[in-house]
Write a protein that binds this ligand. Sequence first.
Ligand SMILES: CCCCC/C=C/CC(=O)SCCNC(=O)CCNC(=O)[C@H](O)C(C)(C)COP(=O)(O)OP(=O)(O)OC[C@H]1O[C@@H](n2cnc3c(N)ncnc32)[C@H](O)[C@@H]1OP(=O)(O)O
Length: 382
Amino acid sequence: MEFRQTQAVCIPAVHLHMTTATMQVSQKDFEKAQEQLKLLKKDPGNETKLKLYALFKQATEGPCNSPKPGMLDFVKKAKWDAWNSLGNLSQDNARQKYTELVSSLISAESAGQTKDASPKESRHGGYETIIVSTENNITKIMFNRPERKNAINHQMYREIIKALHEAGKDDSTIAVITGNGEYYTSGNDLNNFANVKPNEMEKMAKDGAELLKEFVSSFIDFPKPLIAVVNGPAIGISVTLLGLCDIVYASDRATFHTPFSQLGQSPEGCSSYLFPKIMGLAKANEMLLFNKKLTAAQAYAWGLVTEVFPDGTFQKEVWERLKAYASLPKNSLAVSKQLLRSMEKEKLHAVNSKECEVLKERWLSDECLNAIVSFFQRKSKL
Ligand SMILES: CCCCC/C=C/CC(=O)SCCNC(=O)CCNC(=O)[C@H](O)C(C)(C)COP(=O)(O)OP(=O)(O)OC[C@H]1O[C@@H](n2cnc3c(N)ncnc32)[C@H](O)[C@@H]1OP(=O)(O)O
């Protein structure tokens, strides 16, 4: 897209002086900003150029007054949309914003940075067990209890539900789920079953099943592409959820383990339905009934993983790839994802409900309680 800076000097000068305390930008400052813009060495990117164009038009001509260009006239349409989006912003305000934007571009360039399509990472507040951040149109949700192998406690389940809900609505194009440290995650935190008084067991199972159902639903309903970046070993629910992700990238150090029968439990995350579809019944049975642990290469061969990368270059290669994906048209990606998911959504919710019902009973079984006790008595580890 080409926006010639000469547009700026072609506009007849309008003599304007700011009169209010907030409007400090004079016509002279505005013209100076136009001159400074021509001195920028680096192209500030189309998004910024569109913003500059729109502010310039608003500052010099007022609200958008030209007819909407045809759908296929892409450049004119993008410029018109940008200008039109400023609505009734006053000319004084537009001049001020234009001047500030130019000034920020100049400062970023002199600081050796470009302030265009690669804005700095922004951290989302209010989370303790996960880190949520957005950068390059990607919202990243990272399990963050590395000292517990990123085991998922009740607080983490709730925080992930919240983070997915927010990521579904924010400006990002795609969302990524990954782990901090050595593990992707070791799955359900077995402490979720600890310290429960005998008369509270039923309640623990009921509340757990409700939380699990809501947690898995937030993956089923997630409206944008959701990518799992499996940085290391993955256990239990973190493996089953991969079937609900749209792409799964794995380090060659990752392993995939669903030890449900070993723990006296049963499959969740819609894996009882999705795993046979993904890998075929015979292979799904080995994983979900007989606890077979897969290497990354096996998980790829069985269709659970999209691509495996050498651990040494995993982060670099994956994030470069994702950055490119996240620059694709956001709405097109979202509607396409929703279309693919819509074929199965009702079924997935039904499977989720059923799996949670069965698990609620399992958590009260001797088989499950004995397995938990063994883990805490250090008699068993996966
Ligand atoms: C709302 C409820 C929904 C429930 C949904 C159900 C989901 C099902 C599942 O997810 S099943 C999977 C459950 N996970 C496990 O059984 C894993 C248990 N952990 C292990 O077997 C091992 O810790 C290991 C193999 C993951 C790692 O072994 P390693 O020897 O390398 O490390 P440590 O054991 O010393 O781990 C460091 C400390 O972290 C604690 N920890 C790790 N994972 C878990 C976990 N899942 N639950 C509880 N605690 C965990 C471990 O106990 C160590 O703690 P310590 O330093 O205090 O000893």
